[in-house]
Design a protein around this ligand. Structure first.
Ligand SMILES: Cc1cc2nc3c(=O)[nH]c(=O)nc-3n(C[C@H](O)[C@H](O)[C@H](O)COP(=O)(O)OP(=O)(O)OC[C@H]3O[C@@H](n4cnc5c(N)ncnc54)[C@H](O)[C@@H]3O)c2cc1C
Length: 469
């Protein structure tokens, strides 16, 4: 009888397995695909020698994750690479706002009218960031915060809609960059607690940056998997779990799956009936003949580049995908250029480039033309650099990973109360109707991203239970 069986080898499933194995429990992990990684993979999607990240590429949450930081992942090959600037947000006039490692450089890029406002917004939290990150990313209702005062202060800033926070800024540069940060999770800017999302991404940049992993995001998954094997854990790939009976006898089962899949596999009926999925994404991976010809020089030095002319355009794009059921005409896009710091991703002189935009859940169209027209506004001549592209809309993303229901890369809408209370209103979000079955995917707090914290939190609940029984 195993102590724990984990289903799904995404960052959360791998982290849950590692956390249990390093505490001496016997663990086996079952993954549907041929390789481990889930949303943290790397593949030659276009041409030989071009190594793309089909899912995650930039890792502000990974490098700042209390769970990852406590694991010896560097010993297993993980190396974070930092571009000169974590992120740049270019404007059609050729200027740019930047999210730099330094607060002063960031504030200066917003112009004199907003520099002080930005400093006053982020500086109080920075000295306490590690404790705040742990409190914010840990069990939301059952763990006692280590620093309740700072968490409460953060709540005052973060719980109101980000649209209120944007009003603190007087110029469009700061507003646009900040609206883009919020848009990383696809919530409408007027949504509850969306201010916190923008703040977390900004603070993460100042604390430790927004790196990429050398060789690709697969390096994160491979490091977790190698550590797990060293600890005695066993990994079975190419093994899609359809029923609990497919799994060996164990004292606990931990699912890195969508709540819908878990309910189907474990026979939980409509237990997760009220769980909502959010908009999907349209993703393009490019093989380029050289660097992206950004007009703004800052964008050429950044790992991540946000695309959206102003906060109104970003708001319109988010509403189109999340509320109006249509693809945006001028999409907000997140782009990552790993080749700026990692030459191992492409043949000499060539580059890989990564971009996605939001579309309605289950959308079936092709956004390539619209996305490239949008890119050309900020990088004229971009199309001439394209050697090959691999596109994936909601259906392809869902086929690649069952957790991305309808192309929702967050495995559940990050809006309304579901931002904090997921997968359902419960004091114990990682538990299920069966006492030996747990859920650890990004459908649980703290939500989407490659950080392993859902896996860490769920594993904590599991090891407490295993020690009791
Ligand atoms: C296009 C895209 C861009 C992204 N960009 C970023 C980014 O830059 N930075 C960032 O931090 N995050 C990003 N994300 C989000 C991030 O990838 C996810 O939030 C993260 O991977 C979630 O981890 P997880 O372990 O919960 O689930 P996943 O990584 O989705 O892993 C779930 C695993 O479970 C397996 N599985 C599911 N059902 C079964 C079953 N029945 N039997 C066996 N195995 C099963 C799946 O095959 C998969 O391997 C992006 C995602 C996508 C798709």
């Amino acid at each position: 009888m195993l102590d724990a069986v984990v289903v799904g080898a995404g960052p959360n499933g791998l982290t849950a397995a590692v956390e249990l194995a390093r505490r001496g429990f016997s663990v086996a992990l079952f993954e549907a695909k041929e390789t481990v990684g889930g949303g943290a993979r790397t593949e030659e999607l276009t041409l030989p020698g071009f190594r793309h990240d089909p899912c995650s590429a930039a890792h502000p949450l990974g490098i700042n994750s209390p769970a990852f930081r406590a694991l010896p992942l560097e010993r297993y090959g993980l190396e974070w690479l930092h571009a000169e600037l974590p992120m740049a947000h270019p404007f059609p006039d050729g200027r740019a706002a930047v999210l730099a490692r330094s607060v002063a450089e960031t504030a200066a890029s917003f112009g004199p009218r907003d520099a002080g406002t930005y400093r006053r917004l982020v500086e109080p939290f920075l000295p306490k960031w590690d404790t705040l990150a742990r409190d914010f990313m840990s069990l939301p209702l059952t763990a006692l915060p280590r620093d309740p005062v700072t968490l409460a202060r953060f709540g005052l800033v973060g719980l109101p809609p980000s649209s209120l926070l944007l009003r603190r800024f007087r110029d469009e540069r700061a507003r646009t960059l900040f609206a883009g940060l919020v848009a990383h999770v696809m919530a409408p800017l007027s949504g509850f607690a969306t201010g916190a999302i923008g703040m977390v991404f900004a603070l993460a940049a100042h604390a430790r940056g927004w790196p990429v992993a050398r060789g690709g995001s697969q390096a994160i998954s491979d490091a977790l998997a190698a550590y797990l094997k060293d600890l005695g854990g066993v990994i079975h790939t190419d093994y899609q779990v359809k029923r609990l009976d497919d799994l060996p006898p164990a004292r606990s089962y931990i699912f890195d799956t969508s709540p819908t899949a878990l309910a189907r596999i474990a026979g939980f009926g409509d237990y997760y009936r009220d769980y909502r999925y959010g908009p999907g994404v349209f993703k393009i991976d490019y093989a380029l003949d050289g660097p992206v010809p950004w007009t703004a020089p800052q964008a050429r030095r950044a790992g991540t580049v946000q695309i959206g002319a102003d906060s109104a355009e970003i708001g319109t794009a988010l509403r189109a995908a999340s509320r109006e059921g249509r693809a945006p005409d001028r999409p907000f896009m997140i782009t990552v250029q790993p080749s700026v710091v990692d030459p191992s991703r492409a043949p000499e002189g060539k580059q890989v480039f990564w971009a996605y935009a939001h579309v309605p859940n289950g959308w079936t169209g092709d956004l390539t033309e619209v996305m490239e027209r949008q890119l050309e506004r900020f990088a004229p001549g971009f199309r001439d650099r394209v050697l090959a592209r691999a596109t994936a809309g909601p259906a392809e993303l869902a086929a690649r990973n069952a957790n991305y229901v309808g192309g929702d890369i967050g495995t559940g809408a990050v809006s309304g109360l579901q931002i904090l209370l997921r997968p359902k209103l419960s004091l114990f979000p990682y538990g299920t109707p069966h006492p030996a079955v747990f859920i650890c995917s990004s459908a649980t707090p703290p939500g989407p991203g490659v950080h392993g914290m859902s896996g860490h939190n769920a594993a904590k609940a599991v090891w407490r239970r295993l020690r009791q029984s």
